[in-house]
Write a protein that binds this ligand. Structure first.
Ligand SMILES: O=C(O)CCC(=O)C(=O)O
Length: 296
């Protein structure tokens, strides 16, 4: 449970730090599973359905940007979301019926791990209402040096900025020179392993490369109210599924409560993530192939 002050802080500023959301045992087990995945990536030489590889990845020095859809790779990642302190925070911030939109484990490797350019998640997957957020569970300490998540407080109440490149392609990043991008207001969310950041789907956020010698491992769960239905975007695999499988997949993604089949429509700013970039297999590839300009 989080306090009333924390709930108010989240809705006012569009982000929050929740300390020690995992028990020591949950953290230990998640670390063990994660390092096991990283170890197995030594035998992988190209990005695939599980791994998104960073530049310089090798058998000797595994370097990942991401483990994709961790809740599908290992049941423990799903079990913790479904029944832990995280579940209670979700209930408090999103309500009694909530589904997982997607998950990812961003594994900024030591010594360079890729930046994530500034963006709003909402630009990737606008929904019928914006009761949507991302939890970032810290599996190692997050420090100013290892590429902490940075957010622009209050930006969840503002417009959706253009995420299109100067060539007009949806590149999943705002232009660093966009006058509406108030970078001087950025706040870094640091914390010890086992803590969790929360950011609203419309909050502008990004993170710098990892210039330390320690991995920055963050497990992101992106969740929404079950009555928020996608207008477009979301996990790429979902778009390819026939309707029955989409339904079954949805049932598998219910975290609390049940699916809601009457979408709640609210007045939300929407831009569609089009035209698509060449490679949309992860945000890292999308920002690169879409021609995003770097702010870092
Ligand atoms: O890893 C990060 O710092 C940011 C993650 C993020 O925003 C994303 O993957 O969409």
């Amino acid at each position: 449970m989080i306090s009333r002050e924390q709930i108010e802080f989240y809705f006012e500023h569009g982000y929050l730090l929740v300390e020690d959301v995992l028990s020591a045992e949950q953290l230990r087990k998640m670390q063990e599973i994660t390092y096991d995945f990283i170890d197995r990536s030594r035998h992988v030489s190209e990005s695939n359905d599980v791994y998104d590889l960073d530049g310089g990845h090798s058998r000797e020095t595994p370097k990942l940007t991401r483990i994709k859809l961790p809740h599908k790779q290992h049941p423990f990642f799903w079990d913790v979301l479904k029944a832990s302190r995280i579940t209670e925070v979700l209930r408090q911030l999103v309500g009694p019926n909530a589904v997982l939109q997607t998950s990812k484990l961003n594994a900024k490797a030591p010594g360079g791990g890729a930046a994530v350019e500034w963006h709003q998640d909402w630009a990737f997957y606008p929904h019928t209402n914006d009761d949507m957020l991302a939890f970032g569970v810290m599996l190692e300490d997050v420090t100013p040096e290892n590429g902490p998540l940075q957010v622009i407080p209050g930006s969840h109440k503002g417009p959706i900025l253009s995420h299109n490149s100067r060539d007009g392609i949806f590149c999943g990043a705002v232009d660093p020179d966009d006058p509406a991008f108030q970078r001087d207001k950025a706040v870094s969310i640091t914390g010890r392993a086992g803590s969790m950041s929360v950011h609203h789907a419309r909050t502008l956020h990004g993170s710098a490369p990892n210039v330390s010698d320690k991995a920055r491992l963050m497990l992101f769960y992106e969740c929404c109210a079950a009555d928020a239905w996608p207008l477009m975007g979301g996990s790429a695999y979902l778009q390819r599924l026939p309707q029955r499988e989409q339904w079954e997949d949805l049932l598998d993604r219910v975290i609390i409560g049940e699916p809601v089949l009457e979408p709640r429509m609210t007045q939300v700013p929407v831009r569609l993530p089009l035209p698509p970039a060449e490679d949309v297999s992860s945000i890292f590839q999308l920002q690169k192939s879409g021609g995003a300009r770097s702010a870092f």
